[in-house]
Design a protein around this ligand. Sequence first.
Ligand SMILES: [Zn+2]
Length: 500
Amino acid sequence: MNMTDTFFKDFPEANVYRESHIQDGGLTFFMMRQNLDQFLVIQGERKLLKDLPFEGEEVSVDGASFLKCPLSANNARALRERFPFTRPVLIGKQNSYGLGDRLGNAGAAHLKVIRKTDFKPVLAQQSIRELERTNRTAQEVMDAASWAVFREGYKDGFGADGDHLKTTDDIDLMMKSGFAMFTIDPSDYVVNEALSMNDEDLQQLYKKLPWEELQDHPADFLDRKGHDSIRLKSGFELNPSHRSIMQGMVKYGRVITHTKKLADYISDNYPNKPSDLELSVDETDQPTTVFEHYLIASELSRLGVELVSLAPRFCGDFEKGIDFKGDLGQFKEEYEDHLAVAEMFGGYKLSIHSGSDKFSVYEVIGSLREGAVHVKTAGTSYLEALRTVAEADPGLFREILVFSKTRFDDDKKTYHISARPEQVPDGDSLKDEDLKKLLDDNNARQVLHVTFGSVLGGNSSKSKNMKEKLMKCLSVNETLYEQNLVSHFDKHLRPFVQKN
Ligand SMILES: [Zn+2]
């Protein structure tokens, strides 16, 4: 019988996470669960335990000494110092999956799925908007990822994505918490009106672009790009008119200079912290045309900005929490064109934002045998948490449902969705065993999806109480929650794995 078995003989209500078990420097480390809480446990000689940077309670069982440590911020820091695999790494241009975890308790299940594939996990993935809505700090998000990695004994490297960053302050915040991937969101600089302007206005604005920052001249640029006749690998021919060059530059010129500014800020201020850079232009009114993508990519490349991934706004609708709506044939054609552009400028990944539950899109991408992809999901894990609650605590689920419906009109504002809340039945009209079916209904999914912030981050005592009950329910039903996450994410990964 080894020491951990001895330990648990005396703590029968505790569960050890066997995958976490590690011997290091004469000590044994593992994670366990006792009642509703998780701990890091370290076993070894007392004098060794005393010198550790971990904080915890000393426990002695049958003459063996243990340190029982809460999953605190200090202990997460000490963990990352001791075990390099609990620190985020650069993922680069390999296939990867963003696994946003707004509750901070889904990471281990995510890893169980991802480790069966050759995708790299990006675990700590949170935008500034999500942090605000869930009332969490970037450090808490990072710590949850480190603990998940340790608990699963996952040593193949994970990424950490500061998502939709708009300012240098956003970058500083994420950098301070150890994030290693930065997704720049220059959407405030997109000029959508460029598409409907008359020639005169367009020329005016074109001339007024920050040409110094672009390190170019308006006439030279037009002349050069006007002579670019390029046939992409996909067969698409780029043969832009002067008007479409000016339109493209008026629409995206300041996107290019802002991205360059933030990229320079990172390399100037953090020369010793290499990072992966993504550019997201997914939150715009109109789809990104192939030419616009080409324009952005060619100019960033000329200005020395190297991207690991780029998120175009694709055709069709990528609504939150449900499958793609639109023409899949058109999507496939455009995706291959975008892929050909990415290949011309370093072979960066195409990034699929609002990637939760876009099963038909995964099928298309999985069927292509070229290019690399990054998929971002987040809300779908919260919905699996709610599926678990629907199964385990129908009363609590009804409470969350009623509350979410009242919050919907306010909370939906910044999201791209089409749900009709009046179509979502009241919990009271459904039998307990039918509640979980709401998690398969598009209207209910979206109503529950966009109101996560009110449930998780609200300051009223009602929402604080609701969050507490939700977290407790997931902790009590840890195995069911994990099963729900694993079977749901198997569906997310399967279409890509077919590829091999
Ligand atoms: Zn996005």
